[in-house]
Design a protein around this ligand. Structure first.
Ligand SMILES: Cc1cc2nc3c(=O)[nH]c(=O)nc-3n(C[C@H](O)[C@H](O)[C@H](O)COP(=O)(O)OP(=O)(O)OC[C@H]3O[C@@H](n4cnc5c(N)ncnc54)[C@H](O)[C@@H]3O)c2cc1C
Length: 395
């Protein structure tokens, strides 16, 4: 039985523990035997989105009761608990939930009433699949180097360029695309546009196969005419729209990493207490116990940072530094925990589709996307130095 005592931490309200228990029971029923091969990943993902919609879980991925959401404001702690729980059961289910939230996040946070009513109910029910398109071949960590351009033309924008590494690319019904609209140089000249997948001139340039299969693609926009009414937020404010969306979902990446790490620890405990060698169980060796202790301690430290960030955002406070600390610590810790668990399984650990083997592949990309570890370090340092400089100025 996994340890759930963290749900008593003061970061949570009573409804959070109930949510986790209900989703855990649902996951045991619906995701218990999930395995996903590369050939059928699109189908599996569509099916998971539908199932998560029918189960009512996607209502937590969008804001606004009137638009199908569970509540009027985004409940970051609920999103994190859902991602953690799904990740513990099935990485692709976590991915399906996360992308509905990330893809629709900018609309939830900054959309007009019309945009919210046209997109959010379908995202919440699982009828429409969402995607978030920020990265480009020459603009990954360096987002402001983006080249994709949306040129104003009357009541439209003409969108030209490419996006890459786009999750749900190829199966999404709409993409929130960030493009240069030129109001000012650099990050102040970017806007966010909702692009429907059937827009003339839009195409999937390439499907990308990664170590833990999920739908991923490079997108191409050839003179796509996008109505100005599809712009989210003010012209030139797209970078802020992207960053405020990432402030929610970056913390939830930490939660997903936590789910993978907890699953790895559960698998390690189950295995080491029944694997006998040299006349005793693997768990009887102090070398094993030291590893288990490090794994559990790392998980708690990551969980504290993750739910501190989620709670702080739900309190309406700035969370840039805290979200970065959570993502950095949880993803790096999960990688170490999973590697240690795999080692305890010996040869079995590297057998395809064994839980620890799957976790080993699933965790890797989390240290790269939504800001690589090094980018999180820079964010934390920038915030620290800014605070230090302003404290000096006040003195
Ligand atoms: C599986 C997967 C799913 C993704 N899904 C999406 C999506 O849905 N939407 C989207 O827009 N993007 C998505 N991405 C893109 C992701 O956000 C980028 O891959 C990420 O931002 C890194 O950009 P890059 O790949 O261009 O690497 P680069 O920017 O080239 O960075 C390479 C490496 O350099 C290091 N680095 C970066 N900055 C510094 C620095 N200042 N100092 C020292 N080292 C540094 C880091 O280790 C980094 O991994 C996804 C990526 C993956 C792998």
């Amino acid at each position: 039985m996994p340890d759930k005592t963290y749900l008593d931490w003061p970061f949570f309200a009573p409804h959070h523990a109930a949510l986790e228990a209900a989703l855990d029971a649902w996951s045991q029923q619906h995701l218990a035997h999930a395995t996903h091969d590369r050939a059928s990943v699109d189908h599996a993902c569509r099916q998971l989105v539908r199932q998560l919609g029918e189960g009512g879980w996607l209502r937590h991925a969008v804001a606004g009761v009137a638009h199908g959401g569970h509540a009027d404001a985004i409940d970051t702690r609920a999103i994190c608990l859902i991602r953690e729980t799904l990740a513990r059961h099935d990485g692709l289910a976590d991915f399906a939930f996360a992308m509905q939230g990330l893809g629709a996040g900018a609309i939830s946070l900054h959309g007009t009433d019309d945009q919210r009513s046209r997109y959010l109910p379908r995202v919440a029910s699982g009828e429409a699949i969402a995607a978030f398109a920020l990265s480009e071949p020459q603009a990954g960590s360096d987002v402001a180097a983006m080249q994709c351009a949306a040129t104003p033309d009357g009541e439209h924008y003409v969108l030209d360029g490419e996006k890459t590494w786009i999750s749900n690319g190829g199966i999404a019904d709409f993409y929130v695309v960030f493009a240069r609209t030129g109001e000012q140089p650099g990050a102040r000249g970017i806007s966010a546009l909702i692009v429907d997948a059937d827009t003339p001139g839009f195409e999937i340039a390439e499907r990308i196969d990664v170590i833990a299969p999920h739908p991923l693609a490079r997108l191409r926009f050839n003179r796509c005419r996008i109505p100005a009414a599809q712009r989210i937020g003010a012209a030139g404010q797209g970078f802020k729209v992207a960053m405020s969306t990432l402030d929610v979902f970056r913390t939830s990446v930490a939660a997903a990493a936590l789910g993978f790490a907890r699953r790895a620890l559960d698998e390690a405990l189950a295995h080491t207490t029944q694997r006998s060698m040299f006349g005793q169980m693997l768990s009887d060796f102090q070398l094993t116990q030291a590893k288990l202790a490090d794994m559990a301690t790392g998980i708690d430290a990551a969980a504290l940072l993750t739910y501190r960030a989620a709670w702080q955002r739900d309190c309406g406070r700035k969370v840039t530094r805290e979200a970065a600390m959570a993502k950095l610590t949880a993803t790096e810790t999960a990688q170490q925990v999973i590697d240690a668990a795999l080692q305890m399984f010996g040869g079995l650990g590297v057998v395809s589709e064994q839980p620890v083997e799957r976790l080993y592949r699933e965790i890797r990309a989390l240290r790269i996307y939504e800001g690589a570890t090094e980018v999180q370090q820079l964010i934390i340092a920038r915030e620290l130095l800014r605070d230090a400089a302003s404290a000096k100025g006040e003195a």
